[in-house]
Design a binder for this molecule. Structure first.
Ligand SMILES: [Zn+2]
Length: 408
């Protein structure tokens, strides 16, 4: 019975230890969720720029189609103009044709009346010349009659020649007008050929425009889809952060520790909980009198904030633990270095207990350890260091942490 009680007690202790030791189960989830969000945002950005490219492509394809449309309209106007001219020439030709036919009728009529007169003369001369002669009142009268017929025949002939001349003139004019019409038709045909070329071009360009529009629509769809995923992922991250915060705060409260953050106007979260704010800064970055006495002036590579033993230390930003070890460590004591990307590192020194290990991802506000006075230290405090280095962690590249905390 006692053994069972002990076993239960041990199990509870292990469970509590596991809870204290592994709040990073959630932190890893948050890190992964944030990574996913970044990836999606990257994809969305790429999709957005692709969409803009495609919009430009649609605009230029549309401009080309419009240009060809304009050219076709111009050519069509010219064709219409030539067609009007051609139609006019056609009417002229038809009118001239009618005139020719009319002249032909006149010629035919002249021919007929001339034929009649010739026939009359022939008949009178061949068969009854004498009869005409005798039936006439006088010889003179008979001669007059014949002469009259001869004159009329002569007149008919002249008249016919005149009409023929006019008809020839009209025919000539008709030929000229036909030539003019042929020239116009030829010009019109050239324009029609040009229009055919433009029509073909228009088909190609219109298809290109249609394809560009389709591609744009597909990309817009993809964009909307990605934007949706980004929004969803943001919500997931926010939800995880909320859950994590609740969990973290509860855990710290259960340990009798204050889990509330100190407001910071800088890009960093204040690394210690309330009330250990800027009032508790015991040493600033820069040159100072050596705290170990002797009146030496020494360089202080970070910011010291005093706090009681085991006060939780928060990660100032999301990041990955790149160094973390117990021991003297050149005076740093139990310390942790977190890399935040962009060449930015933060150092947390003199810890009593470290709560993270190398390679682990942490999120802003995560408890990465607890305040102590390990290493070269004269009392419980956190030494916060900041390194900016483009070639990996380099402690010679330390800078003043204060601006990152919004202190100045
Ligand atoms: Zn220090």
């Amino acid at each position: 019975m006692k053994k069972l009680k002990n076993a239960v007690r041990i199990a509870i202790i292990i469970a509590i230890l596991a809870m204290i030791a592994c709040p990073s189960v959630y932190a890893d989830d948050i890190y992964e969720a944030k990574q996913r969000q970044q990836e999606l945002e990257q994809e969305l950005e790429e999709s957005q720029s692709k969409l803009e490219e495609l919009r430009d492509a649609v605009a230029s394809a549309k401009a080309e189609v419009d240009q060809i449309d304009g050219q076709i309209a111009q050519v069509e106007a010219v064709i219409t103009d030539y067609q009007t001219q051609s139609d006019q020439k056609q009417l002229e030709i038809e009118d001239l044709q009618r005139q020719i036919e009319q002249k032909q009728q006149e010629i035919d009529a002249e021919y007929e009346s001339m034929s009649k007169r010739i026939k009359f003369l022939y008949e009178n001369m061949d068969n009854s010349y004498l009869e005409v002669f005798f039936t006439s009142e006088s010889f003179a009268d008979a001669l007059n009659k014949i002469q009259y017929q001869l004159d009329l025949t002569n007149y008919d002939r002249m008249q016919m020649e005149k009409i023929k001349g006019l008809q020839a003139e009209i025919k000539e004019k008709k030929t000229a007008v036909e030539a003019e019409k042929a020239a116009i038709d030829e010009l019109k045909q050239a324009q029609l050929d040009q229009k055919a070329v433009l029509d073909e071009m228009l088909v190609v360009k219109a298809e290109a425009l249609s394809n560009a529009k389709d591609a744009e629509a597909r990309q817009a769809e993809q964009n909307a889809y990605l934007a949706g995923l980004v929004a969803e992922q943001k919500e997931i991250v926010e939800q995880l952060v909320r859950e994590y915060e609740e969990k973290r705060k509860k855990e710290l409260e259960e340990q009798g520790m204050n889990g509330s953050y100190v407001p910071s106007t800088g890009s960093f979260l204040w690394p210690l909980p309330y009330p250990y704010d800027s009032r508790w800064i015991s040493s600033w970055y820069g040159y100072r009198e050596d705290p170990f006495g002797g009146g030496y002036v020494s360089y202080h590579s970070g910011l010291d904030i005093g706090a009681p033993l085991n006060t939780p230390i928060f990660a100032v930003l999301d990041g990955q633990v790149v160094l973390s070890a117990d021991g003297w460590n050149g005076g740093c004591g139990n310390y942790t270095v977190i890399y935040h990307g962009g060449g930015l590192y933060t150092e947390y020194m003199h810890q009593n207990i470290r709560n993270v290990s190398v390679g682990q991802y942490v999120v802003q506000g995560e408890v990465i350890g607890y305040v102590g006075t390990t290493g070269s230290s004269t009392g419980y405090h956190l030494h916060l260091g900041v390194v900016i280095s483009d070639h990996g962690f380099d402690y010679t590249q330390r800078v003043d942490p204060a601006p990152y905390l919004g202190l100045y």
